[in-house]
Design a protein around this ligand. Structure first.
Ligand code: SF4
Length: 397
């Protein structure tokens, strides 16, 4: 159990440009009077601590860049910032926004990494990989999953339910229940434990035309209090902070007069604000590899080596040599092994949106899952993709 205390460094020149504010979840309650703002009465009462970052988008860029990358990119952006090695990796990034962070024992914190586990539909390597990322970043890992069953179970249940209706039971881009039920709903269920949530996610603009249009910071309406749902993010955050200050002070009268739409809320029933944040939305793929400590050319070399092992395997070469070459291709690779296997995207091992190359890779490495999906195609009478069976795709059709 840890507590984060955040102390703002002495004021620096105001950054120019459009100002954006980001605030992370409630970190805990402290009694440190040094955090009271000027003019306030210093007492030993406890008060909540939040991370709040303010500045122009340009000034915050190193922080955004660092959220997932433990400082590598910020060092590149601003080579004059050095000497961070003493700090915990967790909050190296705060340095770039002129904040300091001190961890203390005693109070729970709520910064965590969240993995939505899709069970048998995942790559076999994913659970271990997720644990490794969380541990390397010194972050607690929370794993959530759909209580009614994993994605394979959900597909089977849907097949039974729709039997005889002629409706397709596989998920598709038009009926993406896999993402909605297995990922988004499970994450939201967990997020409902908190009053303020910032869900930092790795979506990037160049991944698809749809993602290009996404706002990098948006209100997550489904789990946000109604009066905040349709406000711009900055305004929602400012309103949320102002209402909570009044609730902290027990000033229900002020809430009623200044924010009448919040009268149903109280100190025990606070309005929730959830923000979805894509900190690396504008990154190129090469930026991602750089932040992971690798590069596209390193990956390409590993892929060639791994492919050599597969060809040797296919031609009946010695198992010892096959395994040795595979190990060499993967040794020291920091990202998910599926990329070395040749995948262009990391998703479920067999994703309904994946290209043929990635599906063949997934099937080669998880033949039992592929065989089960082919069996479901046969007994359910519907192809894995609209008009294309998995069998045909795997056979190059
Ligand atoms: S990776 Fe593909 S199959 Fe898996 S949840 Fe996402 S869209 Fe659905």
């Amino acid at each position: 159990m840890k507590q984060l205390m955040i102390e703002k460094k002495p004021k620096q020149a105001q950054p120019t440009g459009k100002t954006r504010r980001f605030s992370a979840t409630l970190m805990g309650y402290i009694t440190a009077d040094m955090l009271w703002e000027g003019g306030q009465t210093k007492t030993n009462e406890t008060r909540p601590v939040y991370i709040t970052l303010a500045g122009s988008a340009a000034a915050l860029r190193p922080f955004l860049a660092n959220f997932h990358s433990k400082g590598t990119r910020a060092t590149r952006v601003d080579p004059n910032r050095s000497g961070w090695s003493k700090d915990s990796d967790w909050f190296r990034c705060l340095k770039s926004a002129n904040y300091e962070a001190i961890w203390q024992r005693g109070v729970d914190n709520h910064i965590f990494s969240l993995h939505m586990d899709l069970g048998r539909a995942e790559w076999n390597e994913t659970p271990l990989h997720v644990e490794k990322i969380a541990s390397n970043n010194n972050l607690p890992l929370v794993v959530v999953s759909r209580p009614q069953g994993d994605l394979v179970q959900e597909i089977e249940d849907r097949m039974e339910r729709l039997r005889g209706t002629g409706k397709p039971f596989w998920p598709s881009s038009a009926a993406r229940y896999c993402t909605a039920d297995q990922k988004r709903s499970q994450a939201d269920k967990y997020y409902r434990k908190f009053d303020l949530i910032i869900s930092a996610e790795g979506n990037r603009a160049e991944e698809s035309p749809k993602r290009r249009k996404d706002d990098p910071v948006s209100v997550r309406k489904q789990i946000t209090a109604k009066p905040l749902q349709n406000l711009p993010v900055d305004e929602a955050l400012e309103t949320w902070i102002a209402v909570n200050r009044l609730l902290d002070a027990g000033d229900d009268t002020a809430v009623a007069s200044q924010y009448p739409q919040f009268t149903r809320y109280s100190a025990d029933n606070r309005p929730r604000l959830a923000i979805t944040w894509y900190p690396i939305h504008d990154w190129k793929l090469e930026d991602v590899w750089y932040a992971c400590g690798t590069s596209a050319s390193d990956l390409a070399m590993r892929q060639v080596m791994y492919q050599t092992a597969l060809e040797l395997e296919d031609s009946g070469g010695p198992e010892f040599d096959v395994e040795r070459i595979k190990r060499k291709a993967l040794d020291g690779w920091p990202a998910h092994p599926a990329y070395v296997y040749g995948n262009e995207r990391l998703s479920c091992a067999l994703c309904i949106l994946a290209n043929d190359n990635d599906l063949r890779n997934g099937a080669r490495h998880q033949p039992d899952l592929a065989a089960h999906y082919i069996h479901l195609e046969e007994v359910g009478g519907a192809t894995f993709k609209n008009g294309r069976s998995l069998t045909d795709i795997l056979n190059g059709g």
